[in-house]
Design a protein around this ligand. Sequence first.
Ligand SMILES: Nc1nc2c(ncn2[C@@H]2O[C@H](COP(=O)(O)OP(=O)(O)OP(=O)(O)O)[C@@H](O)[C@H]2O)c(=O)[nH]1
Length: 573
Amino acid sequence: MNPKRLTSLKHKITLAFYIILGMALLNGVIAILLSQELRTEIEQLVSTEVVKVTTALQLAKNSERLQIITTELNHYDTEEQRQSLLKELTIQWEHLLKDTKVLYTLETTPNMHQALNSTIDTQLYFQQQLPLLDKLTDSALQAKIQAQNIQTNLTGMSSAFSDEMQMLLDQTHKRYSLLFAQKNLNGITENLSEHQTLSEYLHLGEHLFVLLDEVKNTSSIVALNRLQREAMRLLIQMEDVVPTMRSNNTIYLNWLSQIKQNMVGNDNLFELSRNALKSTQIANAHFSYQANAAREIAQFTQELVNHVEEEIQLAGSNLKSDSTSFVILIFCGGILYCFFIWLTSWHFIAKGIIKPVIATRDAMNAIANEKLDTQMPITDNLELQQMVSSLETLKTYAAQVKAMAETDGLTGCYNRRYLDTQIQKELSYANDHNMPLSLVMFDLDNFKQFNDQYGHVVGDQCLRQIVNAAKSILQRPTDILARYGGEEFMLLLPSSHLEDAYKIAERLRKTIIDLRIPHQNSAHFGIVTISLGVACWQPSQALDVNKLISLADEALYSAKQAGRNRTEVLDKA
Ligand SMILES: Nc1nc2c(ncn2[C@@H]2O[C@H](COP(=O)(O)OP(=O)(O)OP(=O)(O)O)[C@@H](O)[C@H]2O)c(=O)[nH]1
């Protein structure tokens, strides 16, 4: 009996299917998890590092733009330009601050955090300065515009002054001609003196206007102060000239008064120009600081970009090694999966199904070929075990049928059919192996009388006793005892020479005598006896079964003729 617990084939195949499916799913899940991790790494690289680079580049671009704006803010002429530039400057600082804060959130290293924090502080400081710069540039522009107005006014005054002084000079010329005609020497002398004074006044005035005109081109306080001192000196000289004038000097005083108004007092040309210059210089200094700061931010940003590029390269190489590990892992997973499929197939299908099926088939073939001693396969498959059980039953039936087909029903020895088959086989075997084959045919003596006297039932019993006795003397498993017909029997003795067969026949005859089965009509001691005929086939002889049997039969006949209870030999094949 199979000691193993029986399992259904369907159950086994289902289990194998689930194991393979489970392995496939496990492999798939591992592959998905790994690819997910790779994807996360790539996304992180893209979302963090790439955003970092683009933000840093944007920051650098805005810093450069800020530097340009600060440079442009050194030179503006209208309020509109000023406001537009300042507005753009404010926007750029906002952009810088926003991008820097974005970088701060993306950056993870403490050093970078510290640097970005410091940059943010700087940007906040410069943002706070923007209202001050607005005021400074506003006052500078206002002062500049006022100074320009005064300059314009002075330009007009300059030409009017020159024209009027020229006209007065022309008058002295005309007067000179008249006095010369009158030969008024005193008049001529006075007129000449007045002409000279007027020329000096005109010359000083024109020089003064030139100096005042130079103010607009002056870009330093020192030069402006120098111009103011020079202009004041000229004004004083002009004032000194006026009292020496003989004619009505109201005109000259009036001119002096007009010029003086623009040179001294509140909001004079120099003061306004100085204010404009001061405010502009202070504002420009601030703009210069801002430009430097923007330059530093751009430089820092470039360093950041380099740093991020290094990080991207590192992340890229990490990604590459991770993806290589991923491929190796998937490959190993695949190998493991194949191994498990092989193991499952081998365990469940080859070992658990195919092997027992083949063993069962072999057992069936063996039974079909009448090898009824074949061992039945042992299996733990329910269905196969059921087949094996059925086969076992069939084997028993086959054995019974075979026995019935080969055995004599009365005596239990082999029958004529089996004997015929075996003689043929043994003769071929003997021929193939160059060995002799002997036959002993024996027959009960006067058995008819025995039956007649004791009845058939006793006759049958006698036959069984004879067979048992014959069986007992056969020593080799290859020796065969068969009932040849009626009360005739045959011993088939493979590999036995004639002498040996004769000995066996004699031994049998004596054994039967020793049985001492009563037989009143027997001519030999009143007991049952047998007569035997021995024949032997030698390898040199023809392969003729019938002839061999005939020889044995002839020998038996001789034994009968010779008086029974004896063994006769005929070895002429
Ligand atoms: N009881 C019984 N008798 C059988 C059986 N088979 C054959 N016989 C008998 O065996 C006898 C054989 O008789 P015979 O052929 O004349 O031979 P015999 O009387 O033995 O004489 P010999 O052989 O010349 O000694 C017959 O009477 C058969 O009926 C059997 O199975 N049982």
